[in-house]
Each structure stands twice: as C-alpha cells, then as structure tokens.
Ligand binder design. Sequence first.
Ligand code: IMP
Length: 429
Amino acid sequence: MPLTIIIGAQWGDEGKGHITDRLAQGAAVVARYSGGDNAGHTVTIGNEIFKLHLIPSGIIHPGVVCLIGNGAVVNPAVLLREMDALAARGIDIGPARLRLSGSAHLITPGHMALDRAHERERGRGAIGTTLRGIGPAYADKARRVGLRAELLANPAALATTLAGHITATNDILARVYGEEPLDAAAILADYAALAVRLAPHLVDGPALLDETLARGQTVLAEGAQGTLLDLDHGTYPFVTSSSPTAGGAITGLGVGPRHVDRVIGVAKAFTTRVGSGPFPTELDGAAAARLRGTGENPWDEFGTTTGRPRRVGWLDLPILRHARQINSLSDLVLTKLDILSGLAEIPVCVAYDLDGDRRAGFPTDLAVLARCRPIYETLPGWREDITGARCPADLPANARRYVDFVAEGAGVPVSYVSVGPGRAQFIAL
Ligand code: IMP
C-alpha cells in the first residue's frame, strides 16, 4: 500500500510544509528520511506559525505517528528543544507519536565544531553550510565511525563511544585547525541526560513502516532540502551531505520502491537558493528585492534555520526537468504563485545557451553550468491579488497560463498551487 514521497524540486525551501500538512491528514505515519536540523519547515495554521527543523510536520495532526528515519542525522539537543516547544503549545510529543529510528546518526558538538572549522578554512570557497554539523556527521557515518541513535538506550556504550569521538575530534581541532579542545566531560554529562529523555522514542524504523504499509495505511515521506542539494544529483560540491531525492527516501526509510505510489515535486513559482554555488537565473537589485520580500513576513525569502536572505531568481525549467528525471515525479506542486502578482511580465528560463548551442537539460558539472546562459520566454503577468483564490476558476487567465506553461515545460502535471501561507490558500487543479 502507498508510500507518497514529497521532494524539493529546486534548492530547498520550496514550501514543502504546505503539501505535507495537507497530505498528513490522510497518513498514518509521516517520516523524515534525510538531513537534520539544517532543514526548516514552516506550517501556518490560522494565526499559529510552527517552525520545525527536525520533527516531521505531521506532528501537528493528532493521531499521526512521526518518524525520524534511518537516513536522518539528529542533534539530540535540538530535537529536545523542538519537542519542548511543541509540548508547550499543547501538542502530544510522547513516545507513541514521535519515534526515532535507532539507526539514525547523532550529531554532536564535535560535528558542529568541525563544520565551523571546515567552513572557515575554505574561506572564499566556503559552501555556506548551516553550521549544524551535518557534513561531518554524514562523513563519520560513511567512515563507519558515527554514533547511531540506538546508543541512547545504552548509557555505557554511549559514554565510551562519545568519549572516543570527542578525543578524536579534539585532536583534529588542535592539530589541523589550531583550535581549543571541546570539554569532553561536559558533553558526556549533557548526552547522558538527553539519552534518558530520548531513549523511550527509539524504534526499528523500517519495521514500523513495514507494519504500517502491511495494514494498508499510508506513509508520507517528508522531504527536506531539494534535488539540487543532493550529494549525487545536485550542484556538487555546493550541496548538502545527504540524498534528499526519491532514491534517498527509499534507503533513508528502509522501504522498497514497490510501495511508492506517488512522488510529488514541490517547486516555487520562481527560484531561490541559500549558500554558495551557481544559480543561472539569479537576480539582483530591485528585481531580487521584489521577489525576496522585506523579511517582515515569516514567508519572505529569509532562511528559517539561519535567517540569511535567500538568493532569488526567475523560474528555471531545466532545473524542474532535472528534478522530474531524477525523482520520476508524478506531479508538481507550485508554491508562492501569489508573489508574482502585479508583475507586468514574467520571464521563465526555458533552456540554456551553452557556447551558442541550445541545451534543454540541467548540467551538474559546475564548469559546464558556469558557461550556461539562461534563455528566457516572457509570459504576460496579472494584476489581480490571487491570495483569496480557492479554485482554478478564481485564478486570472494569465496565472493559469503561467501554471500550464510550467507543467508543459517541466514535463509533469501541476496538481496544486499555493497562493499564500495559510492552510486554505491552496488550490487543487
Ligand atoms: P549543510 O546541509 O548545512 O551542510 O549545508 C550545505 C548547503 O545546503 C548550504 O548551501 C546550505 O545553505 C544548503 N541547505 C541545507 N539545508 C537547507 C535547507 O533546508 N534549505 C535550503 N538550503 C539548505
């Protein structure tokens, strides 16, 4: 029975929370499969705004079980802070509702210190990471020296493994980067206390999902980041250290591909990116400020996790075609269409000019991408405020035309558009 995967089709921050929130209503389990608290998901319900980094947005729906899956990396201190903040707002975050896969990896202060040291050393070539320790935690996982969440249920093993990890990290911090060592005793004491609270949430994630699917219930795989931040399929090295694409959902949850019935790509009606790396349709000046917003609204283009202003640009169809191809998308959700209202004309990148040749696909070789110049088609805009639109007929003809143009250019149907941050500001097409 069905596993629905939600994927970011661009560089993250596409507004995946909106569709996740809607589909979570019919799901038994909502599961995160990759990344950690580098993600930021905003869900707006009435006047309440929930900003989540680690816990799946399904937690807002009573009765939905939320799983942090094998493929995720978890900073236990951040997880507990997020749990406490939700509990303070009356949301049940007990062990029956919030489950942590024992095979997920832990992020430590050592990983965060290394993330900072690596970025400092890269200087002008810095990736612009979120400094949450994501890369070093995944590097330790790949080196087979990581700390798995299952250690939280085993105080003696946690103490030994963590002590070894901090000693090794201090060695690198001192010898390679000339930095002060971390206080191992304080970290061990903190983690011992965190473990007591988190151990009851541990679960065999793949077994939980297998039982859920066997009962005929729906599992929703909630993506974080986006296709172009994927370690294998993104703009390497300006990527995160995990696999936010559909393949990553399969390995990150421990579910076979035969269960997947739908892969939903979420794309903004324009493009944004945080951190360094190429961005062919990037804008600056007044045009960028127009799309970014001022930062007064929580949905303006400033990072949920870092507060950094996002880089912004016009919609890029080669990127969406790349996302369709890598994830075998079944449909697209186009978010923030309302931000384009009032523009007289809206350019859309339909292909790239590569040394005089027209190229429809997205090259992930950065040297090639750097030579690509966007080829735009300009669509007519619309003046009307569409934030009150609730059905396709409420949209002005040019807004419909824009959506149809995107669907045709990306090669995948658009199933929903969002016209504002509210739960109701969502139109099924
Ligand atoms: P890291 O994941 O912290 O290692 O950061 C690597 C790159 O991914 C940086 O460019 C970050 O800005 C970007 N990144 C990581 N998570 C997100 C996200 O949730 N949204 C947008 N960009 C992200």
